[in-house]
Design a binder for this molecule. Structure first.
Ligand code: ZN
Ligand code: MN
Length: 502
């Protein structure tokens, strides 16, 4: 054992040495679509998909003479995000016009924030194999989303399409941009950060944070430098990752690509690269030569944002329990392991489902946790659905575990019942009685069967009486046989001991 451990240590240290030639630096820019009822500067509805160009008006189409009006709820949500990230909320911030041309942007400028953002200087703490890390949040600002281009007659990318269509339903949706400091040093750190941030935003109920629908979009700035160098390496921006897994894949690819280029003595170029889901590779989207001059200038049609101290204090007072607080409470209140806690707090809905089951259950909540993790998650993963979306009501799982506790059904039978509950959403008591699964817990009937067995199996009974407790299992088996497996074996065992052991 000792020898094996030494060998493993040697392998690990070799890997670390290779790794230490380069150091990876990652900073993230995350765009979050707020789930407000109406758009950022007009009263058009905010919704996903739908018939193209049905949720537009002169303001979000940028028609001449139209004037924007700030959505107060969006400012409220942005301050909420800023406070949850430990940011300072600026007593005065302003909107700027970010000028560039692209067909999905009807005004040819995006109303955004520039040098006076709404929130600054926060942090989000993450924990993982890499240890603990406080990732700096540079800024949290408010802007508007663009429309959506649909490239027709090819693979869906502009390069091989014959024409493009524009849908402005999304144009003007409130968008929060969160920018981190370049504080992330590995793919894993970046993955954990995005997971933690998504959980935080979800708990605040400001966005539906669906990466696959684009309501949470992550762009990553990645650079690699040799250990000991003081300047950062050449920064490459990677776009188009639409799941947390894609973020990790894209960063891992990019890290390797940059290291290989440096190994080969090549010079990296500062550029924006596109991540391809299918190949797992990144490719050049645009290089620095085409970098835009956004010609930022203050938006003349909007007044500055000056949230009062009372407004900010009111938002702070109504902040919900944040994931980090929930995790601490779960581990304390229910005595759960770190792994169980992280699974059960993976989303607000999951945590609420578990707590409802724990409240409904009369015993130690850890038993409910075991059923969720050891059995229910198997079914959920197979079906690819989340805990809170299963057909099983929290109180029904509690009832099932209580049936096992009371000896009404065995653990094995309970697994069958759980499978049925998962398919039908039916009550465990109904399922058990419909399938005749209920154990015989009627002490009188079991006692009668025990007495019959004792009088028939005199040799075995005498052995037990003489102190040979190993033989008791044989007698339990005989009683189970006689009751066609319906007796509760625990009860049978107890009654046999009562009768034979003094
Ligand atoms: Zn509109
Ligand atoms: Mn932006």
């Amino acid at each position: 054992m000792g020898g094996l451990r030494a060998e493993q240590a040697a392998v690990v240290s070799v890997q670390v040495r290779t790794d230490e030639i380069y150091e990876t630096t990652v900073g993230l820019e995350i765009h979050v679509e707020l789930s407000t009822q109406s758009k950022m500067f007009c009263s058009c509805a905010v919704a996903f998909a739908g018939e193209p160009n049905t949720r537009t008006c002169p303001v979000c189409l940028g028609l001449p003479g139209s004037l924007p009006v700030v959505n107060e709820k969006a400012v409220d949500s942005t301050i909420k995000i800023g406070l949850a990230l430990g940011c300072d909320v600026a007593p005065r911030s302003i909107f700027h016009r970010k000028n560039y041309f692209y067909p999905d942007m009807p005004k040819n400028y995006q109303i955004s924030q520039y040098d006076l953002p709404l929130c600054t200087s926060g942090h989000l703490d993450i924990v993982g194999d890499f240890g603990r890390s406080a990732v700096g949040i540079t800024r949290v600002h408010l802007e508007e989303d663009t429309g959506k281009s649909q490239h027709m007659g090819g693979t869906g990318r502009i390069a091989d399409s014959s024409y493009s269509l524009e849908d402005f339903n999304r144009a003007g949706t409130p968008l929060v941009e969160i920018v981190t400091e370049p504080d992330l040093h590995s793919v894993e750190e970046a993955r954990v950060f995005v997971t933690e941030l998504r959980g935080l935003l979800e708990s605040l109920r400001v966005s539906d944070v669906r990466m696959e629908e684009g309501s949470l979009r992550v762009d990553a700035n990645v650079s690699v430098r040799r250990v000991g160098e003081t300047e950062y390496g050449v920064k490459v921006e990677v776009k188009n990752m639409n799941s947390i897994r894609s973020v990790a894949r894209a960063l891992a690819y990019e890290e390797q690509r940059q290291r290989a280029a440096l190994d080969a003595g090549q010079t990296l170029v500062q550029e924006t690269r596109h991540f391809n889901e299918k190949t797992g590779e990144t490719s050049t989207l645009r290089s620095k030569e085409y970098a835009f001059d956004y010609r930022y200038f203050p938006e003349p049609d909007l007044v500055p944002l000056e949230p009062s101290k009372e407004w900010i204090a009111g938002i702070r007072a109504l902040l919900p329990e944040l994931p980090v607080e929930k995790r601490a409470r779960f581990s304390q209140q229910y005595g759960l392991t770190e792994a169980d806690v992280s699974l059960l707090t993976s989303s607000t809905a999951t945590a609420e489902w578990f707590e409802a089951a724990a409240r409904a259950y009369k015993g130690d909540a850890k038993k409910v946790v075991n059923w969720i993790i050891a059995d229910l998650y198997g079914l959920l993963n197979e079906a690819g659905i989340e805990l809170a979306r299963s057909q099983i009501a929290p109180a029904q799982l509690a009832a099932l575990v209580e049936m096992v506790d009371a000896g009404a059904i065995s653990g094995r039978q309970a697994k069958l019942v759980l499978g049925e509950m998962f398919k039908s959403g039916d009550d465990p008591r109904e399922i058990a009685s419909a399938r005749g699964l209920e154990q015989m817990s009627d002490t009188g009937a079991i006692e009668a069967a025990v007495d019959e067995v004792i009088s028939e199996q005199t040799e075995a009974a005498d052995k037990v009486r003489a102190g040979n407790l190993g033989t008791i299992g044989f007698l339990v088996g005989q009683v189970m046989k006689r009751t066609r497996g319906q007796a509760n074996p625990k009860l049978v065992n107890e009654i046999l001991r009562d009768r034979l052991v003094q």
